[in-house]
Design a protein around this ligand. Structure first.
Ligand SMILES: [Fe+2]
Length: 252
């Protein structure tokens, strides 16, 4: 019974366990983690405060977009991902502004589950791969660490799958069928920046993470991001150096 509209874990074959001895979040895949049944009731999400609403909602959007651009994407996951992207695009700001908006809460809950089914049948990618080490080392909530990375990682990745990112932009409502794929995929990057601004996503710096500590952990975080396997599903598979650059880029 999910109580946030975010992780989609009620419908995925993944869970995440943090090794508190070495601050590493490990992705555990397998059908044993897939619930046999799920009770999905949006009323359980009505009491979420705005920050949690935004963070979990951005997580769901990340699931949908990463599922769609993943190297493991397929027609089944595509259909669910695109529908979820559209719904979250229309509803996330609404539910952030007014948590008692029952219709928006219900739509977000449905979209989070659809996005979960989508990535469970495809995969997540570089945003999630880089997000887990931030969460583990600096105790940043999962959706928020995704959000800190989402625009920059998307900007890094678009050139490798322009058509796919353009589809995401059109599903999100930030490009028209008449726009070229280059324009549409660029619009997606801009739209993600605007969404993060509108739901007040802080940079790691504004969040209060010490610059020296961040810089010191970049090599280890890059190594852990790669070890998770998720970056290999990214349309543009990054080198370790490129991951280090992205961490440096998003700090401030
Ligand atoms: Fe996630």
């Amino acid at each position: 019974m999910p109580t946030t509209a975010g992780s989609g874990s009620e419908a995925t074959q993944f869970t995440v366990i943090t090794d508190s001895a070495n601050d590493e979040k490990m992705l555990c895949p397998g059908l044993a983690f897939l619930p046999v049944a799920a009770v999905i009731d949006y009323e359980l999400t009505l009491s979420m405060p705005p920050r949690l609403t935004a963070d979990t909602g951005v997580d769901a959007l990340t699931h949908a977009i990463e599922a769609y651009v993943s190297r493991k994407a397929n027609p089944f996951s595509d259909s669910l991902a695109l529908v979820a992207i559209g719904t979250i695009g229309r509803m996330l700001r609404r539910v952030y502004a007014d948590g008692s908006d029952a219709e928006a809460r219900e739509q977000m809950m449905l979209a989070a589950t659809q996005a979960g089914i989508a990535f469970s049948n495809s995969s997540v990618a570089l945003v999630h791969g880089m997000s887990r080490p931030i969460g583990a080392h600096f105790h940043v909530a999962h959706g928020l660490s995704n959000a800190m990375l989402f625009p920059a990682v998307t900007a890094f990745s678009v050139s490798a799958a322009e058509v796919r990112y353009a589809d995401c932009a059109r599903a999100l409502g930030v490009a028209t069928p008449g726009d070229t794929d280059a324009t549409a995929s660029n619009n997606l990057v801009v739209a993600l920046r605007e969404l993060c601004r509108d739901v007040q996503v802080p940079t790691p710096k504004v969040y209060g993470i010490d610059k020296a500590q961040w810089d010191e952990l970049i090599p280890l975080m890059a190594e852990q991001a790669l070890a998770s396997g998720s970056p290999n599903n990214n349309p543009l598979v990054p080198t370790e150096a490129e991951i280090r650059d992205l961490y440096a880029q998003v700090y401030g």
